[in-house]
Design a protein around this ligand. Sequence first.
Ligand SMILES: [Zn+2]
Length: 353
Amino acid sequence: MSIPSAGSSGVQKTPTSETVDQTSTSSQAEAPKETVQPSKSEPLSESGKGQRMQESSISEQSRRSQLDTALEKGTSAQTESLKAKEGPDTKPAAGAPAFPKDAAEMAKTSNEDLLKLAKEPGGEEKLKQLSKDFKKDGLTQDEIKQMDRIDSATFRPGAGLTLHGKPEDQETFTQMTRRTMLESPSFRQRMQTINHDPHPLHHTEIEVSRGKGDDKDSTRLSTFSEFQGGRQQVDLNDLEKLPVKPDPSNPEGITQGSVLVHEYAEARKGTQASKTPGKDIDPMKLYEPAHEEAVKAENEYRKDIGQKSQRLMPPKDATRTADSITVHYDDGHSEKLQFKKGLLDKTTVIPKK
Ligand SMILES: [Zn+2]
């Protein structure tokens, strides 16, 4: 695996990274007991080396507050399903979804079933064949739609994208990416652009890891590395604590997909900005524009999945402390992500006043 980004090697990354937006005091007031101490927010200095801004991580993390229970449930369920999918190739389990034969049957196959089918032995090939079959007699609108779903369910990193990290972690992250592409047309488009961009200067890199929960771990969902062209480090242990789908009791909640969308968009923008030929780019100026683009992408995703509120644009989008990030939305609600020893510990929704 590749060299960890600057911050990951034990350099202390403080959560600080982005500007702490203290203006949103109201949200803090309503925050549940687990109040965060703003005092810790610290300056980039520690990150002296300036390595990375974990902000993004934080921000995203913030979304997972509330319903821990519900989240937890979602998480474990998901983990299991991922494991099942990642297991050695085996025959389709009893009760496995049937392979669709045409676009009409595909349309009735849920996203989760489609993801399972793609992971079955030979499943990916069969789905791609189905896609080819659609083209034989000209494509209908329905077939185009189903081809897009097949492309999403069988997504693999291409010329424009490199994942780093343990193979099993990369696989888990790729599966999350496929699921999010299935849910969100805007993200699918972004991913296609990223993945097929052959320009070496636009290469997007994401390092997938699992935080161990020690004090050195400041990845907090994810970290943006200014000195590596916006390369992102993502902590799967944090990500997996977020729900796959918003819990019914928190329909505007932060999901795994929203974090994923944010990180991909941020990494892409960072790499593009950092490697512009003929320009001397100050690495410290990479983060803000990349984060802003990431919030826009995240908001498109929120619309796609039917969420009604939008994350506020930076710098009002979040309030950060040393061990938490609270994300603010335009309907007045916020969601706080609380970290303990670098790991996402809980999420809390702070309702609109
Ligand atoms: Zn960000």
